[in-house]
Design a protein around this ligand. Sequence first.
Ligand code: SF4
Length: 173
Amino acid sequence: MLLNHYRKEIFRPECNPSFQSLHCIAHLDQDITEVLPYLNAVLGGFEYLKEPPAVTFRIQGKIITVHSREIAVNALKSEEEADKILEWLKREINEAWEKRDEIEPKYEGAPKPKIFEILKLLPKTNCQECGEPTCMVFATRMAEGAKGPEGCPPLEGENKQALIQYMSRFNLE
Ligand code: SF4
């Protein structure tokens, strides 16, 4: 077993303490750097950094970043949810480590959509119906996985279908 114990720390974002979303940091008692490329291969990381070593996942609307000595999880509803995610990750980390001889390590994140390709298919009227100041900002948010094609009400017809098809190539949730 690579990871035995961690110390959990829960906090609310300082910018808005009343915000109903918790953040969690788990301080690991082992350095798990070596498992990161295997974990990335198994769970399909959104982003992989070699220096400092870290892999980021988007799972059920949450951003989970696994570093060498800590795990950060955002947008949690409760401490119980944090416990469930941390225990699941601990199992995944230990399983990936045990099976590392059978797994091809992966040293890069998943391919990402290109902002310009998204923008090409949007109406480009900057009407702000999506709540963003311009179509470019909306395209940027889509490329990050924070918005989907349905977030642009005037988008319809062939362009909408093309954008849905383009975005379906990426693992953005
Ligand atoms: S609703 Fe669509 S067309 Fe209007 S600003 Fe947003 S992305 Fe552009």
